[in-house]
Design a protein around this ligand. Sequence first.
Ligand SMILES: Cc1cc2nc3c(=O)[nH]c(=O)nc-3n(C[C@H](O)[C@H](O)[C@H](O)COP(=O)(O)OP(=O)(O)OC[C@H]3O[C@@H](n4cnc5c(N)ncnc54)[C@H](O)[C@@H]3O)c2cc1C
Length: 445
Amino acid sequence: MSNSFRYDVVVVGGGPAGLSAAMTCARHGLSVILLERGRFAGAKNLFGGVVYTESVLSLAPDLFSEKRLPFERPVTEEGWWLLSEDGVVKITHTEKGLYEKPPRAYTAFRARFDPWLAQKAEEAGVLVIPKVKVLDLICANGKVSGVLVDRPRDWESSELAEVRAPVTIISEGVNRLLTQKAGLIPRDFTPEEVALSVKEVIQLPKGEVEKRFGLSEDEGLAVELLGEATLGFPGSGFLYTNTTSVSLGVGLFLSDFAEKGLKPYELLENLKKHPVMARLLSGGETLEYGAHLIPEWGLEGLPRLCGEGVMVVGDAAGLVNPLFREGTNLAIYSGIMAGKAAVFAHEKGDFGHETLKLYEEAFRESYIYRDLKYFRRLKKFLRENRSLFADYPEIINRVLHLYLSAQGRAKEEVFQEIFGLFRKRRGLTGLLRDFVKTFRFFKGW
Ligand SMILES: Cc1cc2nc3c(=O)[nH]c(=O)nc-3n(C[C@H](O)[C@H](O)[C@H](O)COP(=O)(O)OP(=O)(O)OC[C@H]3O[C@@H](n4cnc5c(N)ncnc54)[C@H](O)[C@@H]3O)c2cc1C
């Protein structure tokens, strides 16, 4: 670590949120230290795998002049696969625009994407220090003035080192322990407020990603998996194609795992054994396996975003939109906004809440906040409408099976069976109720 333990800004956590905040500050001439507990930025991080290009361009406008992009494949086809017990209905979309430069999104690995961002931060002047865990905030009279780390002050000392800065940016991810210590949120999250997702990266033999998913070398597929993927519980799975591998994962609310006695790895195993998946993944070799929480506390769990000398960004604030798999981009945008507030505070020479609330104000003007408000009832909606996950994927599969197989039967009979199926699974009133509820939810009523 540096001889001087005083900086203009200290950032805790080297995920996209922290790295974006640090980069923004450093580019405006501030001295910035970023502390990351992992062996390197990204070492401890896991996500599904889709990064939205626009957010990356907002940090690295010269992205496409890079010799090697920090991604796997451009996403050229995306949508949903509705899994029944043994079948699938694929609803995917592709269009010419998805092939135009720059592609809207890429698949990626965090162990490659985060170090690339960290390198950009270092080029901007950020001192990125891995393998250092922040244990606590240095706080007096409600004002944060730095952090305490798990390293001795010097070689001979048994006292822990302090890193002082008038602005501390907390980007610690979903666990939000320091966010609580900063008094920005008074409580821990509950199992109903977080999803637990398990993911495997499965290597396929050369050329097989292209062959099995109908892609060329510069095309990529990103689909969410519903229905049997989560055994009908609210949640989703995902399948994203990488250069020579596939990222496969599935997640549910932590409370559902606990209440139903489900084991995360069993859920993923079940998904891998699904006949459609098993065929697509056959002969594949597991390269990576991991699990991670996703903050889904939404608007009601949103912490205060700033206090005296402190701000919180990214997952630590719960800035995730699971319906649109937005997380890394929101982390980046919030990091940039907080970084700008830190720069403003330094220009003003005032680090109090009144100054740092520039970040909070920018956030409230952003689409991130509008979306949090719009989807504020998402958890309740998902919980109260389990049939959307349990019944509909099965019904849709069955209906298509009946409709598409000529079977030597009178079509009147086929249609009777289809109507009978709807009546049995949901009933006419059930159907109507589901439609109205879903419509009202997406209307934001
Ligand atoms: C299974 C899964 C799938 C996802 N899929 C997508 C997707 O496809 N697209 C998308 O955009 N988003 C996705 N997300 C969400 C996305 O990963 C997060 O929103 C994003 O990573 C948040 O970034 P962050 O910087 O806030 O937090 P993180 O990426 O979690 O980074 C936090 C960092 O802080 C470090 N840290 C924590 N505490 C300390 C401490 N005390 N001292 C030092 N360092 C510390 C951690 O080691 C970590 O590096 C997914 C998430 C999961 C779990």
